[in-house]
Design a protein. Structure first.
Length: 410
């Protein structure tokens, strides 16, 4: 779990500002849910036999009432729960987004943390491939907007629940025939979550996986058409993609379209964004049946790409460092600072005394564009001295109104 220090928080803010504008551009509204949920919600939605539920959740018993609670490991389950609880679909389909910390007890490594952050986007009540396409097209726009390139889109379809069941039976049969080549995890999950084997990163398993039967051969007609239409829409939008028949995703609730945005610049933790359809989830959690799809991006992984790619992440530096010395000046400086702020300036008021020279050093170091200097002389005359810090322009002494104009127009 990381502390995000002031030296890096400006990159987070740059990201968050962009994300907010971008979501607005597509008409998504924010939903904020508690970080704690009843454990059962995640077990039922993500699936009992998944990495997350089996070994990654921070689960504890609330001693006051004996309830089992879990720090959310992802956001879709909470979002769907809230939508059902507040009957939001009654008003029609919903475009929603959420953001914030998620918790998974994983082995920490670069790009994999125990508290990490996601921005998630969910569309509930939409059945057609048009919304799948919207989700993917909007991702592509965000990458452009953030100046990130080299992220590739991988796409697959898992078909209907029935198609998956047919495929599952074939896959289990095949895996049983190759039992000796399977790792321990896969053997254990052979009958509970066999599809996950396709997603295995274990090099020793790659040959067995490559020769495994293909989901594509079991697909239902509706999913095939949905997938074809989605691809046509992506081509029309100029979004490149690659079909990856091994892409299955690690959460049980997915069906039909699944996708991942991947990069080879982050080592093994190359997936920066992932999602797809989860048409059965709303009903499964207790709502009226409603189709849905969504995705979540890993903020830390995206930030790593931003930091690597662009040196130009803007820092929001103060406009003014206010330097003051003398009894009269100290009092006047506080008023000057407030008036500058009234005009919209960011002002750091020097605190703690010290010589003009020491204060000017601080003014230089903080990155402000101007030092505004107040001595007793200025205070008496109700004036200030404005010294530009980023260029060689001359300092000027002026009344406060004039000084504010000078600072705000530059
Ligand atoms: P992975 O295969 O990397 O474990 P996942 O399939 O478990 O990912 P999802 O549940 O789909 O991940 O979450 C969506 C995104 O959140 C991931 O693509 C990734 O960018 C990010 N993410 C997931 N787990 C972590 C983590 N422990 N630390 C940082 N980012 C994470
Ligand atoms: Mg994972």
């Amino acid at each position: 779990m990381n502390d995000i220090l002031p030296e890096e928080s400006h990159v987070w803010e740059f990201f968050e500002d962009n994300v907010r504008d971008w979501l607005r551009a597509y008409g998504y509204r924010a939903i904020r849910t508690p970080i704690l949920e009843m454990t059962d919600l995640f077990v039922r939605s993500i699936g009992a036999v998944t990495d997350i539920v089996e070994k990654e959740m921070y689960t504890f018993v609330d001693e006051l009432n004996g309830e089992s609670l879990t720090l959310r490991p992802e956001g879709t389950a909470s979002c769907v729960r809230a939508v059902i609880e507040h009957n939001l679909l009654y008003a029609g389909p919903q475009r929603l987004w959420y953001g914030g910390p998620m918790f998974r007890h994983e082995r920490p490594q670069k790009g994999r943390y125990r508290q990490f952050h996601q921005i998630g986007v969910e569309a509930l009540g939409f059945a057609g491939p048009d919304i799948d396409a919207e989700h993917i097209v909007m991702c592509a726009r965000l990458w452009r907007r953030l100046g990130i390139d080299g992220i590739k889109l991988e796409l697959n379809t898992l078909g209907s629940t029935e198609a998956r069941a047919r495929y599952r039976a074939r896959l289990v049969k095949y895996l049983e025939q190759h039992r000796d080549a399977l790792d321990e995890d896969t053997r254990r999950r052979l009958h509970t979550n066999p599809l996950r084997v396709l997603d295995s990163k274990n090099p020793a398993m790659q040959a067995v996986i490559a020769a495994a039967p293909r989901l594509a051969d079991d697909l239902d007609e509706v999913s095939v058409r949905h997938f074809a239409e989605l691809q046509a829409m992506l081509r029309a939008a100029g979004v490149e993609f690659e079909i990856n028949p091994r892409l299955v995703r690690g959460l049980d609730y997915y069906n039909s379209t699944v996708f991942e945005w991947v990069t080879d610049r982050l080592g093994a933790q190359g997936t920066v964004c992932a999602g797809g359809r989860y048409d059965g989830l709303v009903e499964q959690i207790g709502g009226k049946p409603a189709p849905a799809c969504g995705y979540a991006m890993g903020v830390e992984r995206l930030l790593a790409l931003i930091v690597e790619g662009a040196s130009a992440v803007p820092r929001r530096l103060p406009d003014v460092y206010l330097v003051h010395q003398g009894e009269l000046a100290d009092r006047y400086a506080g008023q000057v600072a407030e008036q500058l702020r009234d005009a919209g300036a960011g002002v750091v008021l020097h605190c703690g005394g010290g010589s003009f020279k020491a204060q000017m050093k601080k003014a230089d170091a903080c990155g402000a564009r101007f030092a505004v200097i107040v001595g007793d002389d200025e205070a008496q005359a109700r004036e200030v001295t404005v010294k530009p810090l980023r260029d060689t322009a001359q300092q000027v002494r002026a009344g406060l109104g004039e000084a504010i104009n000078l600072i705000m127009k530059n």
